[in-house]
Design a protein around this ligand. Structure first.
Ligand SMILES: Cc1ncc(COP(=O)(O)O)c(C=O)c1O
Length: 362
């Protein structure tokens, strides 16, 4: 036998996703500020629900995640049957891609758009068309200029990772209004709960009456449950029904359903998490700017810091590592001159400020 099993065309051209680093050799408990997780951890209610779920982990989960579905629908004022649950919102993107893309179709997203959209699209033998983001922000006209008759899905993260930029409600409405009815607009609102900008709005109301909008949310960010993998999309009924045909039946675990449901009801934890970010994001931004670094405005729980070129960013990254701090190089997004830093606890933020102050002086 000379022929080895060959993956589908294009699979081996996909650059493997490199997640946030989680360890530093010789450092027992590094400060991990690389994946925009909630540095307060999960809330008390979610932890208690997770622990209580242990008595049921021998039982397959409810394939419809009914308890969580009803709770999420109630809290956001949505129709339960229009929700698609996934193993993180990443899985919702993958399911959308698998359901709507065939070879030669394309998705459109911003130049710095979240990588998860692209990976599974390429896995469907689709193309990825990137709209330029000269100001590190998805521009409506640039996105529309990429749309052609093979476009099936346009992805916008709002706010956006890794840049932290956001699109106003007006921009999202204009984008949707100009898209052909056959193209799905996915508005990824993973960081929605952190946004304080007055001209930002959730796209849930816009999606309510549309046949081609999917709004996604995650439990990995403000709810502090990244390790459990739970997210959902709010979709038109026909989209939800189509996706349900390929969705694996037990894609959200028993502890995932229980902890996520409890997290939704834990307003105190959400408030504390939001306040940590709204207090520290401006302080961290101001401090780093004071060292001569460019820090992009961010609507999320992280900031993108620009250095004088890729070498300087790599050196800063290494310096932070020597201080036990892990941040996120974003060369995979075409931003080798930048580092993304999650807003942490007070001690963590102070450690970042001290380390970058020292580094800036070198
Ligand atoms: C913009 C954006 N969307 C979605 C996700 C993924 O969320 P989940 O953990 O639900 O898959 C992330 C995670 O970093 C993100 O930054």
């Amino acid at each position: 036998m000379t022929d080895a099993p060959a993956p589908k065309p294009g699979i081996l051209d996909i650059a493997p996703y490199v997640g946030g680093k989680s360890s530093i050799a010789g450092v027992a408990e590094p400060m991990k500020l690389s994946s925009n997780e909630n540095m307060l951890g999960a809330g008390e209610k979610a932890r208690a629900a997770y622990e209580a779920a242990i008595k049921n982990i021998h039982i397959y989960p409810d394939g419809r995640a009914t308890k969580l579905r009803d709770a999420a629908a109630e809290i956001h004022g949505l129709e339960p049957e229009r929700l698609i649950f996934g193993n993180g919102s990443d899985e919702v993107f993958a399911l959308l891609n698998q359901t709507y893309l065939t070879a030669g179709d394309n998705i459109v997203c911003g130049q710095y758009g979240f990588l998860a959209y692209r990976i599974s699209a390429l896995g469907c033998e689709a193309e990825v068309k990137l709209a330029p983001e000269p100001n590190y922000k998805a521009e409506v006209d640039a996105l529309l200029a990429q749309v052609d008759d093979r476009t099936r899905i346009v992805y916008v993260s709002n706010p956006s990772n890794p840049t932290g930029s956001y699109n106003t409600a007006e921009e999202i409405r204009r984008l949707h209004a100009a898209l052909p009815a056959s193209v799905i607009l996915v508005v990824d609102e993973a960081y929605a709960e952190y946004v304080t900008e007055a001209d930002w709005e959730t796209a849930f109301p816009l999606a309510k009456d549309a046949q081609n909008i999917v709004v996604t949310r995650t439990f990995s960010k403000i709810h502090g449950l990244g390790g459990l993998r739970v997210g959902f999309g709010y979709a038109p009924v026909k989209v939800a029904e189509a996706i349900d045909r390929i969705r694996l039946p037990f894609n959200v675990s028993v502890p995932g359903v229980e902890a996520a449901t409890a997290a939704l009801a834990d307003e105190a934890h959400q408030t504390a998490s939001r306040e940590l970010v709204s207090n520290w994001k401006p302080r961290l931004t101001q401090a780093l700017r004071g060292f001569g670094l460019e820090v992009l405005p961010s609507a999320g729980n992280f900031v993108l810091v620009m250095f004088d070129g890729p070498e300087r960013a790599a050196a800063a990254n290494e310096y932070l590592n020597t201080k036990g701090i892990i941040v996120r190089p974003v060369g995979g997004y075409g931003l080798p001159q930048a580092l993304r830093i999650t807003i942490g606890t007070e001690d963590q933020n102070r450690a970042v400020i001290d380390a970058l102050s020292e580094f800036a002086a070198t």
